[in-house]
Structure formats: structure tokens, C-alpha cells
Design a protein around this ligand. Structure first.
Ligand SMILES: *Cc1c(COP(=O)(O)O)cnc(C)c1O
Length: 379
């Protein structure tokens, strides 16, 4: 089977992890601090707070805004479910806004109708790595005093208005799950330019401690910590960070390779009538974290049968981006109509795209899809 994604992991990552183990310091320590510095600099932010996942980074972002019961946060339903869940973790209400059909992202036009006097933030997602038009959202939300925060889980290496996604973000949350471009097994980061949020973010990930465990140990054990607020254990380990530092050094080549493979898909599938493919928007470049295609309106097969046809041709594709409001966890959760979201989630699928994908594998995917869409494969 041709997999949908395969992480880029080499001997260097294995060595780095082994060195962390041999050093005897495996919990959050000096390697986490180095990874935070290098990653935040790469995405154009002053501070990075490494955490256990993007989900926990999102939780901290909403928590840092002191959002709670009675408050609303606008999110896309069209996202991995952790986006909406982060709002619920704080006792607040996620309010689903529809997305733009070409990018799969929130826009000022889709967010504006769902803003109320309870809206305390907009959580925009750079879905599948495609940069959202954050400036337009800030222009809408700024005058209303509503902060715009970013779920950049998929977007390491994407650009917006000529700078890395993350540049100038109030708060951005990143993922290092193997399904993303960079991986530490599990892991995440919160980035911000605000020194106070970075200090409190560090404290919130570590039980609310006044002195981090790492500083306490290097201080010779004479420092007694206090617990300043009720917080969490969302720490990243130094083993993960050691891998992350090596991964980060590969980011440029990973993005370049993904963009090269995506350009080949655009060429190979250009003649399939009515097929729409993920592309760069006018304001930036995507890292092609996911190469999604939207099936033609007159597609002879339902999406799931296209997936089955691909699977029987040795191609492991995936349904497109999920819609949270259609999941049992959000049954009965009120929302405005979400026509573009429902079209997107029902009619898109994600094709295999990974760093060491061969030309032959890409042709196999392209032929399997073309055959499935022509209806010939139905037997
Ligand atoms: C993957 C993903 C997450 C969750 O990331 P984890 O690191 O697995 O917690 C959140 N939001 C989006 C948009 C994602 O794609």
C-alpha cells in the first residue's frame, strides 16, 4: 500500500534521541529550551513554549485569554476536532463558522455573521497547511476588541504575505504529530511575541510552579517552588526536543520536496474534468501538509467508494478534513448552516504525499484516481 504520509526520520534523529537518553536528563530540560528558541525563531515569533501536543497548546492559548463559561470562541467546524475541543476544555462555547470553499479556511466574510457580544476570540486554522488570510480577520476583529489566535498545527513552513506563518501571531499552536511535516512522536508548541503570555504559558504547562523543575535542579536543590495557580502537566521531554531540533533542520528541504510533488500532481491530474486541487492562495504559500482534492460534481462514485477503489489499487487515501459539527461529540450543539463545510468534508479526499515518494508511486496514485473517476474501475 502507498501510505498517505510517512515521517522523514533518519539516523540523525535516532542519534539525538540516544544522546538525550545517555545524558541522564530525559524530562523537560536544556534540549526543550533549545528547541523552543530555534522553532520560534523559524516561525517568526519571539517566544516558544514547548508542550505535549498541539491540542494542549490550543488549550493553553484559550486559557491564557481567560476565556471561560458563558464566553464564545469562533472556530471552523472544518478542522481536526481538537480545535473545537480546546474551547470546551475552558468551559466556553465553540461557535462554528463556515469556510471558504477554495481554501477550506475561515474568512472575514464567514466569521462576521456569527460574532455576538459574547465572542471572546476567533481561533483560525491554517487548514492542511494553506495559510488563512489572518490580516482580513484582524481587520474585522481588531475594532471589536476580539483577539485572533491561530491553530497552525499543519502550517510549519507555510508562508503568509512573504513571511513564515506564525509571524506576528498573538498566539499560535503547532503540532509535531507524525501526520504533520515535523515530528517528535507527539509534541506541540505555543508561540507568541508577548513576554507575559510566554511566562504564564511556561508556568501553566508545569503545574503552575514558580520555578521550573529544570531550574530547581540546576540551582542545586536549595530553591523551594510555589504553586501559583491550578495548572497542568503539558511538558515536552528532552528526548522529544532532541528529535525536534534535528527535524527543524530538515524543514526547508521537506517543504521544497512537498511543493515539488504537489506541482507534479497538479500536472498529472490537470485533465480530470471538474477535479479541484489544493493550491497556494493569493496571499501566501502552502507547505502541502495534506494534498486534498475535491471530487467533480458529477463524480460517478460517492467519495467513500472512490476511497475504496483507491485502496483496491494499492493506494491508501483518506477522507478529507473532518467537520466537527457532524461528530457525535457535537450532536445537538447549535450552529448556523455550514454549506461549504459540509460540501468540503463530504467531497474531498487526501492523496498520498511523502518526502521519499517515487515518480512511479505518484503515477500509480494518479492513474488509480483517474480510473476511479472515469467509472471504469466499478466492477
Ligand atoms: C493535528 C491537528 C491538531 C492536533 O494536533 P496534536 O499535536 O495531535 O494534538 C489540531 N488542529 C489541527 C488543525 C490539526 O491538524
Amino acid at each position: 500500500m502507498i501510505p498517505v504520509m510517512r515521517p522523514v526520520l533518519g539516523e540523525e534523529e535516532a542519534q539525538a534521541a540516544a544522546e538525550a537518553v545517555r545524558s541522564g536528563w530525559v524530562a523537560q530540560g536544556p534540549r526543550v529550551a533549545s528547541f523552543e528558541e530555534a522553532f520560534s525563531a523559524r516561525v517568526g515569533a519571539r517566544h516558544g513554549v514547548a508542550v505535549s501536543s498541539c491540542t494542549t497548546a490550543l488549550h493553553l492559548a484559550v486559557h491564557l485569554l481567560d476565556i471561560g463559561p458563558g464566553d464564545e470562541v469562533v472556530v471552523p467546524s472544518l478542522s481536526f476536532i481538537a480545535t473545537a475541543n480546546a474551547v470546551r476544555y475552558c468551559g466556553a462555547t465553540p461557535v462554528f463558522a463556515d469556510v471558504d470553499a477554495t481554501t477550506g479556511n475561515l474568512t472575514a466574510e464567514t466569521v462576521e455573521p456569527v460574532i455576538t457580544d459574547r465572542t471572546r476570540a476567533v481561533l483560525v486554522v491554517h487548514q492542511a497547511g494553506v495559510p488563512a488570510d489572518v490580516k482580513a480577520l484582524r481587520a474585522l476583529c481588531g475594532p471589536l476588541g476580539i483577539p485572533v489566535i491561530e491553530d497552525a498545527a499543519c502550517a510549519a513552513g507555510s508562508t503568509y504575505l512573504g513571511a513564515p506563518v506564525g509571524t506576528g501571531a498573538l498566539l499560535a499552536a503547532w503540532s509535531f504529530h507524525p501526520r504533520k511535516l515535523l515530528t517528535t512522536g507527539e509534541g506541540g508548541m505555543l508561540t507568541t511575541d508577548d513576554p507575559e503570555w510566554s511566562v504564564r504559558g511556561r508556568r501553566l504547562r508545569e503545574h503552575g510552579m514558580s520555578v521550573s523543575a529544570a531550574d530547581r535542579h540546576s540551582g542545586g536543590g536549595s530553591v523551594v517552588e510555589e504553586y501559583l495557580e491550578t495548572a497542568f502537566n503539558y511538558r515536552m521531554t528532552d528526548i522529544q526536543a532532541a528529535v525536534g531540533i534535528v527535524q527543524l533542520s530538515r524543514l526547508d528541504s521537506i517543504v521544497a520536496r512537498r511543493r515539488e510533488l504537489a506541482a507534479k500532481y497538479h500536472e498529472m491530474l490537470a485533465d480530470v474534468p471538474g477535479l479541484r486541487m489544493v493550491r497556494d492562495p493569493a496571499w501566501g504559500t502552502t507547505n502541502y501538509q495534506s494534498f486534498w482534492v475535491r471530487l467533480p460534481d458529477d463524480c460517478p462514485l460517492p467519495r467513500n467508494e472512490v476511497l475504496a477503489a483507491l485502496a483496491s489499487s494499492g493506494v491508501s487515501a483518506r477522507r478529507g478534513i473532518m467537520a466537527s459539527h457532524l461528530e457525535p461529540a457535537y450532536a445537538g450543539h447549535p450552529h448556523a448552516p455550514l454549506p461549504a463545510t459540509e460540501d468540503f468534508t463530504g467531497r474531498t479526499l487526501i492523496l498520498p504525499l511523502f518526502h521519499d515518494m517515487t515518480d512511479a508511486e505518484q503515477h500509480q496514485v494518479s492513474e488509480a484516481l483517474t480510473t476511479a473517476l472515469s467509472g471504469v474501475a466499478v466492477s
